[in-house]
Write a protein that binds this ligand. Sequence first.
Ligand SMILES: CC(=O)SCCNC(=O)CCNC(=O)[C@H](O)C(C)(C)COP(=O)(O)OP(=O)(O)OC[C@H]1O[C@@H](n2cnc3c(N)ncnc32)[C@H](O)[C@@H]1OP(=O)(O)O
Ligand SMILES: CC(C)C(=O)C(=O)O
Ligand SMILES: [Mg+2]
Length: 556
Amino acid sequence: MLNYKRYKSAPVVNFEERTWPEKQITKAPIWCSVDLRDGNQALIEPMVVEEKIEFFNLLVKLGFKEIEVGFPSASQIEFDFLRQLVDRKLIPDDVAVQVLVQCREHLIERTFEALEGVKSAIVHIYNSTSTLQRDVVFGMDREAIKEIAVNATKLVKEHAKSFPGKIILEYSPESFTGTELDFALDICTAVQDVWEPAPDNKIVFNLPSTVEMNTPNVYADQIEWMHTHFKNRDSIILSIHPHNDRGCGVASSELALLAGADRVEGTLFGNGERTGNVDILNIAYNMFSQGINPELEIENINEIIEVYERLCKIPVHVRHPYGGKLVFTAFSGSHQDAINKGVKAMHERKKEIWEVPYLPIDPADIGRKYDPIVRINSQSGKGGVAFIMESYFGFKLPKGMHKEFADVIQAISEKQGEVAPEQIMQEFKQNYLERKEPLHFRKCRFEDLAETDNPFDTLVTVTYTDNEVEKVFEATGNGPIDAVLRGLEKELGINIKILDYTEHALGEGSGAQAAAYIHLLDKDTGKTIFGVGISSNITRASIRAIFSGLNRLKKS
Ligand SMILES: CC(=O)SCCNC(=O)CCNC(=O)[C@H](O)C(C)(C)COP(=O)(O)OP(=O)(O)OC[C@H]1O[C@@H](n2cnc3c(N)ncnc32)[C@H](O)[C@@H]1OP(=O)(O)O
Ligand SMILES: CC(C)C(=O)C(=O)O
Ligand SMILES: [Mg+2]
């Protein structure tokens, strides 16, 4: 049995004035990527300078205006990376680079050396404020911890005065979620008093869930409490920095945005310490799926995945929201059926708003138009097979035929597992289009009897082979299909009724083929079956469909 008694529940916030449960997200926050710092510091093999540069360029391309580029005082490689960005003029004018540093004098000095030549920088200082870390890491009381933050703020302020570019201060009471709220506010206020921000020169207070310790509603309460208790709130950018220890990083972020946060720090696909930082793409695509502009250029997720996987050397999980290989694919029958109907309804009703069951967004909108929406295995059903036939090959099987053909595919999938679209098409050809034994239609001549005394309007002369023996017959009927069928009934001594007939063009243009589907009833046995034919001539396609159906009847 699990020894759960070793653990205690994290405290909740007694904050009845909360308003976040009533709110809705309506606009994108300020995004700050921490891939090159928090993400990078958690990699088995941290990125080398050239890799960081490629990642930085990707972040710029995606539209990030604030990018934490590293911890330049921590190592030469981190220092050199920032120098490369500056020396190679890789930082666009509208992008602020952010640098992290502990509240320690020599590290702050080294950080400013690294920043030389930067036009706009966010200097991000942090110290841990949680009860646990005050006790076991620092062995200090609240006042001493506060002094660390205040002294560092003074130092940054001194450096900022003589710095030629713009410096914004970001302060993180690290381990905020394990910190008493009154102390978090007290330490932020002390920093605020030293820095003296103003509405046109805001300070960033970043309230991290360094370790996710509770349910997202508790984080939201903590954020709203701070949001409503900060003084001079209009001089503050309230930033969040959720981690994902409980797997709720995205939910925590979304509730924290409702609770008053202005800014989100996170990473692509949630890379970062332990279970990761919050996945910014996930939040952004969630917004997009609700009709909100996420204000990031993320319409080509495949390109993002390619760069991310190559540089971080971490694969995106197949079930990862939006990015995973399987997240837009349905294997199961009822899902496939609903998707098939939903996609059809979208086209037929020319709907502007995307509404397809089981697909929260159109994969094509984020560059995943070649992803299979439907894959066929033994859990699949007739809707899925019909969807493959239409979306891959253009065959709009009549509804009554879905089960007949799905049964053919089901038998195969039960033996071999997944059946690829090409194999489904192959089976369709073998079972319908190329069904030429024992009867093989060769050619047909038509004569119009409309101006004659004949009660029928069409005379056909059909050449076919029966078990490879060539035969010819003449027959009359109302239209070519009726005439051919009457002739075949006589020739073969059978009684056939046409239950249904449909046809459609298979492609654009005059050279396009047509497909004809015929549903036949054998009146003697009561058996029904479909036949399918294709040709550039629709009458020929229909006659082929009759022969296909009769061959299938004979076989069955
Ligand atoms: C939640 C986060 O992700 S925070 C960011 C974490 N990222 C990193 O740490 C990556 C880069 N860090 C490093 O390379 C190193 O830690 C360095 C170079 C910055 C500092 O290295 P060192 O000084 O050798 O070691 P270390 O980080 O262990 O320093 C610990 C000392 O700093 C103190 N300290 C730790 N964090 C802070 C802080 N934010 N502000 C002030 N002091 C701090 C500790 O209490 C400890 O003090 P002690 O020596 O009196 O016990
Ligand atoms: C440096 C801080 C903001 C951090 O990464 C965290 O608390 O997770
Ligand atoms: Mg972090």
